[in-house]
Design a protein around this ligand. Structure first.
Ligand code: ZN
Ligand code: ZN
Length: 157
């Protein structure tokens, strides 16, 4: 493969990817001199166990269900801001007014998404699209440091 991305099938749930990410996240937080316990650890746990993106409110709901610490929106947003500042989390506004968050894998492995009219979100990966984006970046003469792709869709009837 000529791109720097790996090409695992993102439609199958990969628990190892969550563990790789949470180990990485804890190391980065420690290196930054930040605590890894409490509400921060709880949010990392939720994101590590989730295959795709979540709204902050979804994270709060899961923390409430678990009965863990930090189960309120302000704390979750604060933690997400910290994780984003350290490039541990991707924030995506898919265009429906609700920001979503998902793990930023240390190896650059990532999703693109289909957003359905009813708000459902499905991840996808496409090698030809990755290639096309990297080719385009070359043509534009830019150094690509990231990219988001959201397809807005309705199920084909
Ligand atoms: Zn995703
Ligand atoms: Zn991509």
């Amino acid at each position: 493969m000529s791109t720097h991305h790996s090409h695992a099938d993102h439609h199958t749930h990969d628990p190892a990817a969550g563990t790789r990410w949470s180990d990485h996240a804890e190391r980065v937080l420690r290196d930054a001199g930040l605590r890894t316990g409490g509400g921060r650890a709880a949010v990392i746990g939720v994101l590590a166990g989730e295959g795709c993106m979540l709204a902050a409110q979804d994270i709060v709901d899961r923390l409430r269900t678990q009965g863990g610490p930090g189960a309120n929106l302000a704390t979750v947003y604060r933690t997400l801001d910290t994780l984003r500042a350290l490039d541990l989390v991707h924030r995506l506004d898919p265009g429906d007014g609700t920001a979503r968050f998902e793990r930023a894998q240390p190896d650059g492995e990532h999703h693109h998404h289909v957003l359905y009219a009813d708000g459902a979100i499905e991840p996808f990966h496409d090698d030809e699209l990755e290639q096309a984006i990297h080719t385009l970046a070359g043509r534009l003469g830019i150094e690509l440091v990231g990219h988001d792709v959201v397809l807005h869709a309705v199920p084909k009837g």
